[in-house]
Ligand binder design. Sequence first.
Ligand code: CA
Length: 226
Amino acid sequence: MKLLVVEDEPKMAALLRKGLEEEGYAVTVAADGPTGLEYAQTSDFDLIVLDVMLPRMDGFEVARRLRARHNRTPILMLTARDAAPDVVKGLNLGADDYVTKPFSLEILLARVRAVARRGPIAQPVRLRVADLVLDLGTHEAIRGGERIPLTKTEFSLLEALMRRAGQVVERAALIEAVWGFEKDIESNTLDAFISLLRSKVDHGSRPKLIQTVRGIGFSVRMDRDA
Ligand code: CA
């Protein structure tokens, strides 16, 4: 079993490494958010132990980005405060379980065993808004029972919008979800793809589902005026 531990406090990281290695796990440690994210994406781990309070990018953001990129590795979050909102936020963003600091090593090891045993998390298979269905398993978009042929980029864009259906997704968030944050994408490239997507998804159909929120971003939702 390969474990990634993302923890910035050297003492805590050393304690975790020692305890987990004694249990027979192979442990890799990352000391900040971006490094943890990079390791998680470039290597296959069976489980990620992810601290919330991290330099440069917190654990919530690491979890959100991993799940947005379809990384299904189970995540056990370490939260310093047992404040309920933190726990709920972590679980909503894709963490599988959490342990509140300070914790005993015994408890942490028990949670690691339980989460690791469950294996990769299940993905929601279908996203739905009105009569538009996006099947993440088969990579098909269907509207009113008709299959809509989409390119890989168009599919990713529609998925990013439909995962947050009813909300406004900011332009930068869409660009990151579709092209990744490393890439320089012109703003009008996004507009061009939105327009392509609109011509396929909304053309000849009512209600129009892809909405422009001027100056902010886009939204997939039922148009109140339609
Ligand atoms: Ca920390």
